[in-house]
Design a protein around this ligand. Sequence first.
Ligand code: DC
Length: 226
Amino acid sequence: MIEDQRFVVTIDGPAGVGKSSVANAVAKQLGAAFLDTGAMYRAVTLAAIGDGADLNDESVLLEILDSKNFSFDVADDGMTVAIDGVDVTEAIRDPNVTSNVRFIASAVKVRERLVDLQRAFACEHERIVTEGRDQGTVAFADAGFKFFLTADVEERAKRRKLQLEAAGKKADINELIENIKKRDAGDEQREAGALAAAGDAVIVDTTGLSFEQVVEKLVEEIKNKN
Ligand code: DC
């Protein structure tokens, strides 16, 4: 726990709700560093796949964490991620990483280590906006500002479809809905760090709201409380 609680904003919520872009924009407006904790789980997943590791073997995953240098740095449009000096910011978004990240997210000791890294990141920055699944419940239970974003699964799938299409990729809406439902179930049923709103989080249903409206709502709440 961070004793001299400074300025910590947590934004949790399910897959595809738009947490990363919202958190990044909120961080920019508040002059805070943005921490994308999903990128940490993705980086360990990528490294483990690259090593041909058994993703169910927690001790192997811990060894990977110990033997490689993972770096997470603040960049203008998000966070950059490197493993042993190699930039993997794009590679961690690969669908193969997305479909295997659940193994890493359910490894309890790996979670503890990543939560330590998240708290270390907070110690290095005056102000942070962090997003994930357990930021308001576990990593920063004492945070001054907590949000939980939600949206209908159909809406999340539609947003994802638009993102993919903008990147020149085709996507089937029903397949996207099924994938999101599967990820929700995995996130909610995990033994540690399960997806849940903190009791003191402000719950924001973003269905029908534009990106700008969500950002504005969060910034307003923070300014009013400050
Ligand atoms: O937000 P994302 O899709 O990049 O996250 C990737 C995975 O990491 C997601 O399936 C759940 C997991 N995760 C987690 O367990 N805890 C967090 N704080 C952030 C992400």
